[in-house]
Design a protein around this ligand. Structure first.
Ligand SMILES: NC(=O)c1ccc[n+]([C@@H]2O[C@H](COP(=O)([O-])OP(=O)(O)OC[C@H]3O[C@@H](n4cnc5c(N)ncnc54)[C@H](OP(=O)(O)O)[C@@H]3O)[C@@H](O)[C@H]2O)c1
Length: 328
């Protein structure tokens, strides 16, 4: 099969499109012919050695994908040749070969079905980001209708958080640099969108909330923005820390934490067990079904243009960037 091979942890510039052996399914596994694969920033982090995983090399990246079952391993029941499946999460693209390839072997416990109304691209795009967004929203228990602020709201996790938060009845505030994506984020469920590069964004949030404060922040960005986000929180405010696209957080005054009893909690989608991941997937589908929201696709790149797809991801998409593996 054709696959994007990573020979060392020297970054995504080192990926090469080459021939790789076809996977064979072990007991409890199937092989999928990958139709679409979705990119995630974690693919780049793994390629740069910035991620805990140290897979055997050469490695194939790609955690998300949708495809057709073309081989079934021993002991598999309930899945047949020709079935269409979505990869939920797990070791795919982390410690074992992933979806930036024509075929991938996956344990059946990590396969799910997407809702009937979704396109194949949407089915490939959703798993990692929506389960992450679900954990970020629900790790504090079921909150009453709250004000939720999302940084990096236009990205994969951001859009998923917006849609799920709106379906949960929260008032969703979005941060997105510049103003080019603001209208689209409003149409996806944001009550208001602010530019985090504006020196007055916190004042604008306070004016919008008319005396209320933010109850929960979902932070994909970190960096200097983090302490500004803390400033918008009210008493007992919470931060779900998802990512650090802007790097380490500079010093901040911990008085902000104790005066308002703020809580900071990390999100780790990989910490969900298989049962928790499957339960989250079902809850996500139910929530999206309430509002009719579906995953948002930013752009789809031909299989041989993975580097350009990573460039697009780094620019800041709206929703998910995909690879059309069927174009090879
Ligand atoms: N903890 C977990 O379990 C987990 C799971 C999944 C993802 N993550 C992490 O969560 C983060 C977000 O993932 P994602 O898939 O949503 O990423 P994404 O699709 O690349 O989107 C992130 C958004 O953040 C903004 N952004 C990008 N780089 C930025 C920078 N340097 N400074 C400020 N804003 C920037 C962009 O929005 P604007 O241009 O509109 O501002 C972009 O659309 C990543 O760090 C990812 O690794 C963590």
């Amino acid at each position: 099969m054709k696959a994007w091979l990573l020979d060392g942890l020297g970054g995504i510039d080192r990926l090469r499109l080459a021939d790789a052996p076809d996977p064979t399914p072990a007991a409890g596994e199937v092989v999928l012919d990958v139709r679409y694969a979705a990119l995630n920033p974690a693919d780049r982090y793994l390629a740069e050695g910035q991620y805990p995983a140290r897979p055997p090399l050469p490695h194939i990246l790609g955690r998300d994908g949708f495809g057709t079952v073309t081989a079934v391993g021993p002991g598999v029941t309930g899945i047949r040749l020709g079935d269409h499946k979505t990869i939920l999460r797990g070791e795919t693209g982390v410690s074992r070969w992933g979806t930036f390839a024509q075929r991938v072997a996956v344990s059946v416990e990590w396969l799910v079905d997407a809702p009937a109304g979704w396109t194949q691209q949407q089915a490939a795009a959703a798993a990692l980001t929506y389960v992450t967004a679900y954990q970020a929203l629900l790790q504090w228990g079921e909150l009453p209708p709250s004000v939720v602020l999302i940084t990096g709201a236009s990205g994969g996790v951001g859009v998923a958080s917006l849609q799920l938060g709106a379906a949960l009845g929260h008032t969703m505030l979005a941060l997105s640099r510049g103003d080019s994506k603001h209208q689209q984020l409003l149409s996806l469920g944001a009550a208001a969108v602010f530019d985090p590069e504006s020196p007055t964004w916190r004042k604008q949030v306070k004016e919008f909330l008319k005396g209320r404060r933010v109850d929960l922040a979902i932070d994909n960005i970190g960096g200097p923005l983090f302490s500004e986000v803390l400033d918008t929180l009210g008493e007992w405010g919470k931060v779900s820390v998802v990512g650090r696209l802007a790097g380490p957080v500079p010093q901040f005054n911990t008085a902000a934490l104790f005066f308002r009893r703020l809580r900071i909690g990390g999100v780790a989608v990989g910490s969900y067990t298989n049962a928790e991941s499957r339960a989250a997937w079902q809850a996500i589908i139910d929530l999206l079904g309430r509002t009719g929201a579906t995953p948002v696709i930013d752009r789809v790149f031909p299989f041989d243009q993975l580097p350009a797809a990573f460039d697009r991801l780094a620019q800041g998409p709206v929703g998910k960037v995909l690879l059309d593996v069927g174009t090879i």
